[in-house]
Structures are given as C-alpha cells and as structure tokens.
Design a binder for this molecule. Structure first.
Ligand code: MG
Ligand code: ZN
Length: 379
C-alpha cells in the first residue's frame, strides 16, 4: 500500500515536473520570440563600401568576422543637399533618423536640432559610449551627441560633448578641449562632470560603474594603424563594452573605424586595407560579446564608400593577369554606391533588404521597442 502511494506520489511529481518543464520551455520560447535588444553596438567603417569589406577576404589569412553575420542588407545614402553624402549627413541619418544636408551635425535640413539615439537611450537610463580613431569631435562621432550647423565647428562640438550623456569615450581630439581659441580648459569641465580623463593610454582595469571615462590619446586624430596605433580600436571597444555592460538597463556604443575613409581619399590601398583589417578585428570583439550576451544587437555599416575602390585584375603589358589583384581607385572623393549593412542579435532581421540610411535609426528603435521622437521625420 505504502509502496503504491509512493509510486503514485512519484508519478504525480513526475507529471508536475514534466508540466513545469513544458511550461518553462514554452515561456522561454515566447520570450525569445519577443526578445528585444537591451544593448546596441553600432560599428561604422567610415568610407567602407563592399570593396573595402572585400579586402578582408584577400589580404589576411584568418577568416573574416564579416562572415559571422547572417542578416545582411544594403542602404542608400543620398543626402538632401547633394547626390553624394559626406560623413556628417551620413552619420546624422543613422543617429537621428533624418536625411539632411552635407556638413550637418545632429540637425535636420532646416538646421533644427534632432534627438540622437544616444540621447534617447541615455534618457531611458542606458549607459553610452563612443570610440573612434579620429578626434571624438569629428563628424561621425559628433553626430551622436552634438548639434551644429557645420561639422567644422570642432570647438563648439567639444563644448557640447561636456554636457552630453556619454559615459565612455576613447579617441583623439584633446586639443579641442585643452587648447582652444577661447582659452577655456574643457578638460577641467570634463573632470567636473565626473570624467576620469586619461591622455596617455588605455588602462584596462578597475573601470568603476559610477565613473565616466575619457581617453583622449591624441591632439587630433590617432595615428594610422601602420604608424603605431596598434590595437587601440579593438582594445578600446573591449574596454567600452566591459564598462558599459555593467549597466543592467542597457547600453549604446558607437565604434568608428574612421580612417578607412582617409585611406580612400589618399588613394592609398595599403592604408585602406590595414584600417579595414583593424575594423574587422574590432567587429570580432563586439560579436564575441553579443554571442554570450543574448540581448545585444550588433550592426556594422558605413556612411558611404570612399575612393571608388575596385579590386581589379592586374594588367601586365596590356594583358589581364587574373592571378593578381591590383587595388585601383576611380576618385579621391566619396562615391554614391549602396552600402552593406550587417546585423547580429535580437532585431537583426529588420536590417535585411534595401532601404535608406536614415531607416537604420528606426530599425534600431524597433529592435529596442522604443518610440521614435517627434523630431524624427521619416522620409
Ligand atoms: Mg568619420
Ligand atoms: Zn571622407
């Protein structure tokens, strides 16, 4: 009798456990369907068209981190003022969802300031970070925190940075804080606003969640990777993720491989290749984190292509030599080619297809289930 009772209890328990297990797994199923991004890492390769991406497949022996993406799309980047975009209107399209004029930093085509995704998520309690190999006041990073009618106003952009909701920044641009025409020392202001400022090196330890960090390691841009920049970009990205991911509310991080563009302007193939390889390595850092942290959306794209780069078959005595590639450029300026977008993580599927550069802003908001602000005007 007792044995039967025990058997019965065991059977009932087994059913309860099976049911609980079933309930638990279906709950998990529902949650993964509704899974929304809590963190966004947006990596922008300035001037990185599909040919620049292709160099990673020909000029390094290890596999490319671009191959780790399954959700891929294309964007068109035409600004309101011209046919071909610059980096300011290109970045403002991503940061604030508006098509605007070349030179605009965080303002629409009527020069009205527009809220950036960095500002929006910061208002929702997220931590934010910016990493660039240019100065941090340069057009691409500036478009995420500043609002100026011209990208050339570096000192004003630096002043606005002091009051921006940024928790981690690494790049160049010290002179625009420290050596200004108005003689104001904005490094002191940064410290006053809670930043620990370092002008010598990245220090990868004891990042305190309650502090903000500014690594301003050059007066203007950082050196080329070929000239001793080393692993600044992947290491700073790792540090930024390490610091910002302490925030349970979420984080937004923008990382720019700024100098792919400059290699293109210089028609210097080796410069482009080295900067793109550095960027590829940095993508690996972001994806390694996102693979572990399931709530992170990683997006990789460019503002535009620079140089009209082509990986041409070599020409020897007027004959095509298909055994060799000679990188050739068609311009020292930007081109109008559609630009690839690579996405990983919750919401990655939104980035498939062909769309406009400013749609990327709305797709990011969709992925984190945040409403677009009134200032954004999707067209
Ligand atoms: Mg840039
Ligand atoms: Zn450029």
């Amino acid at each position: 009798m007792a044995a039967i009772t025990y058997f019965g209890v065991a059977w009932i328990l087994a059913q309860v456990i099976a049911l609980a297990g079933c309930t638990a797994s279906s709950t998990i199923g529902l949650e993964s369907e509704r899974n929304e991004a809590k963190n966004i890492i947006l990596l922008i390769g300035d001037g990185m068209g599909l040919t620049q991406v292709s160099t990673v497949y020909y000029y390094q022996d290890k596999p490319s981190n671009f191959s780790r993406f399954r959700h891929i799309g294309l964007h068109q980047n035409m600004p309101t003022s011209h046919k071909v975009t610059d980096s300011a209107s290109g970045a403002t399209a991503f940061s604030a969802g508006v098509k605007t004029y070349n030179g605009a930093i965080g303002v629409d085509q009527d020069t009205v300031p527009v809220s950036s995704i960095l500002e929006l998520v910061a208002a929702a309690g997220w931590s934010t970070g910016l990493v660039a190999t240019s100065s941090v006041q340069h057009a691409t990073p500036a478009s995420f925190y500043a609002h100026t009618t011209s990208r050339a106003f570096y000192e004003e952009i630096a002043r606005q940075f002091v009051y921006a909701p940024v928790n981690f920044v690494a790049g160049g641009g010290l002179q625009f804080f420290a050596n200004r025409s108005d003689s104001i020392n904005y490094v002191d202001s940064l410290i006053h606003m809670g930043f620990e400022v370092n002008v010598d090196e990245l220090i990868y330890y004891s990042l305190n969640i309650n502090k903000k960090y500014a690594y301003l390691l050059a007066d203007d841009a950082l050196p080329k990777r070929q000239n001793g920049r080393g692993d600044f970009l992947p290491v700073a990205t790792k540090m930024a993720i390490h610091h910002l991911s302490q925030d349970k509310d979420g984080f937004f991080l923008m990382v720019e491989g700024s100098q792919i563009d400059w290699g293109g302007h210089a028609n210097d193939a080796e410069y482009v290749i080295q900067e793109t390889l550095d960027f590829d390595k940095t993508i690996g850092v972001a994806l390694d984190f996102a693979e572990k942290n399931k709530n992170t959306l990683v997006i990789v794209t460019a503002d535009h292509e620079t140089g009209g780069l082509s990986l041409s078959a070599s020409t020897v005595f007027g004959q095509g030599d298909y055994s060799k590639i000679t990188p050739t450029f068609s311009t020292s300026n930007h081109s109008a080619a559609l630009i690839p977008v690579f996405a990983y993580g919750p919401g990655a599927e939104y980035f498939m297809g062909i769309y406009q550069n400013n749609d990327i802003f709305y797709k990011m908001l969709e992925a984190i289930k945040m409403e677009a602000p009134k200032s954004a005007n999707r067209k």
